[in-house]
Design a protein around this ligand. Structure first.
Ligand SMILES: NC(=O)C1=CN([C@@H]2O[C@H](COP(=O)(O)OP(=O)(O)OC[C@H]3O[C@@H](n4cnc5c(N)ncnc54)[C@H](OP(=O)(O)O)[C@@H]3O)[C@@H](O)[C@H]2O)[C@@H](O)CC1
Ligand SMILES: Nc1ncnc2c1ncn2[C@@H]1O[C@H](COP(=O)(O)OP(=O)(O)O)[C@@H](O)[C@H]1O
Ligand SMILES: [K+]
Length: 460
């Protein structure tokens, strides 16, 4: 099994076809999928009654296998089947299940096997009502492969009022929707069931935790990395970024700004000199521009000046409103951009990108700009050079002002430490999420920043 690969519905079909070409049958795969799912449902049900909703395709087929396996273990199982099976494998699975479907059921555990990766259009009103009525009539809900009514490749909801689940059992490989909003928020816990699908040619993967390295015995502040954060109209945002950078590995963080700030810690070195001069420092390893910068002529000049130098650079916030194809330098691979959903939309417009879904948009923007793109938000998609990585969800308490500035500061610090823009972005997202977990609920950006050192410590 390749536990980190994420497949589109088409790639999943190809992967299944490769297994079938290698001697498997759809029926044997369905048996494995159904038995694997039944094992989880058995554990979760703890002897409670189970209702399985079966659709017409192979997802429904999995449902009949689940019903048969659970019944054989003595579980009280009912099947609701609003549409008869249409595939050979589902027809066989239905025939092997020794029971009669019921019209309606209420009970304790609900298993959704209505549709999986084959869903081609929104559910009809009748099916959508059956699904939500059954889900409401049960305490615990499990989705097999995917919740029904969702787009496997984009994570979009195809119907309103779809249920929330406690557990989603991905069959054979992760699909994009398992990790993309808004669907991913409905899935509850996620578990992957092994069907023997090997490593394919997927260009999408689930992010893995980074391994950080502490300073060597002979390290000094410059060898650990010098980061420059450029302030602007709202100095507070740059201060947050500089404080986050300071706690993320760089040995030296400078804040260039004509304004000072009462919260500026003594260990962030404030300079108010010339930008060109600051950028010309041979020891400078990474630059951040954008948080609190402003969007006027001066801000444009600052962004153009930074991009005119050859430093590893993070562009965030206001710098993303300014970025345009004309400003892209000849060596853009040293640049990381960190747009939230609104900034991603603006950048797609600026670069003439018309694509559906966050993964496709991030990949297209990375291709058009040559930069590394971290499309952040409740789901984080990192795209560079034709490959994309999705990070597991972070605490939603991050939805507070200033946490994006902290993220940009961490990424800049990691680039100052010598990480590539992609590695730095992955480290930043992971450390940011861990710092949020450590900070507990209701934190502010400052509280988050205070947890960064301990969060980094988890990955040393
Ligand atoms: N293949 C394998 O080897 C294995 C696959 N496995 C399992 O199979 C699942 C994929 O199976 P699948 O391709 O049959 O798709 P599935 O999601 O069950 O539904 C498709 C059916 O629904 C229909 N339909 C579509 N939209 C509709 C709508 N809105 N309203 C009504 N009907 C609609 C569509 O017909 P259409 O009308 O579009 O021609 C078609 O008949 C996968 O998620 C996993 O669970 C595992 O068993 C392991 C082995
Ligand atoms: N609901 C959420 N769940 C998890 N992370 C979130 C959520 N909302 C926002 N975030 C994270 O918080 C940060 C917010 O960044 P941003 O929108 O740029 O805010 P700001 O500009 O105020 O700093 C991003 O890193 C984003 O990924
Ligand atoms: K399903």
């Amino acid at each position: 099994m390749a536990p980190n690969q994420i497949l589109t519905a088409a790639q999943m079909r190809s992967a299944e076809q490769r297994l079938i070409d290698g001697g498997e049958t759809v029926e044997s795969l369905m048996e494995r999928a159904g038995a694997g799912a039944a094992e989880w449902i058995w554990r979760l049900s703890g002897g409670r009654a189970v209702t399985v909703l079966c659709g017409p395709g192979n997802n429904g087929g999995d449902g009949y296998v689940i019903a048969r396996v659970l019944a054989a273990r003595g579980c009280d199982v009912q099947v609701v089947a609003p549409i008869a099976p249409v595939t050979d494998a589902a027809t066989t699975a239905r025939a092997r299940w020794n029971g009669t479907p019921v019209q309606r059921a209420s009970g304790e555990v609900f298993v959704d096997c209505l549709f999986g990766t084959g869903l081609a259009r929104p559910l009809s009103d009748d099916l959508a009502h059956s699904l939500s009525d059954l889900a409401l009539a049960h305490e615990t809900r499990v989705a097999v492969d995917l919740p029904s009514g969702v787009h496997s490749d984009t994570g979009a909801l195809l119907n309103d009022h779809l249920p929330d689940y406690d557990l989603t059992l991905a069959l054979g490989a992760w699909k994009c929707a398992h990790w993309l909003m808004p669907v991913s928020a409905k899935m509850g816990e996620r578990r992957l069931i092994d069907l023997g699908v090997g490593e394919g040619s997927s260009d999408l993967a689930l992010a893995q935790p980074p391994r950080l390295r502490g300073p060597a015995a002979d390290e000094h502040k410059y060898s650990r990395g010098l980061a420059l954060v450029i302030g602007g109209e709202m100095i507070g945002a740059a201060v947050l970024a500089a404080r986050a950078a300071q706690h993320s590995g760089a040995g030296y963080v400078k804040l260039l700004s004509e304004h000072s700030h009462p919260d500026l810690p003594a260990d962030v070195v404030h300079i108010d000199g010339d930008l060109e001069e600051a950028l010309a420092d041979e020891r400078l390893n990474a630059v951040l521009v954008g948080p609190g910068l402003g969007r006027g002529d001066l801000a444009r000049h600052v962004v153009a000046t930074v991009l005119g130098h050859d430093r590893p650079t993070v562009l965030d916030a206001d710098a993303l409103a300014i970025l345009s194809p004309e400003l892209v330098p000849s060596d853009p691979s040293r640049i990381l951009i960190t747009p939230h959903a609104g900034e991603l939309l603006t950048l797609c417009k600026a670069f003439g990108i018309v694509r559906e879904g966050k993964v496709e948009q991030a990949l297209a923007l990375a291709e058009a700009s040559g930069m590394t793109v971290l499309a952040k938000g409740p789901d984080n998609v990192l795209a560079a050079a034709g490959k994309a990585t999705i990070s597991p969800p972070a605490p939603q308490w991050l939805s507070t002002a200033g946490t994006g500035d902290a993220l940009a500061g961490i990424a800049t610090s990691r680039m100052a430490c010598g990480e590539t823009p992609s590695a730095a972005a992955l480290t930043a997202v992971t450390v940011h999420a861990e710092a949020a977990r450590l900070a507990g609920p209701m934190f502010s950006a400052s509280g988050l920043i205070a947890s960064i050192p301990e969060a980094c410590g988890s990955f040393l």
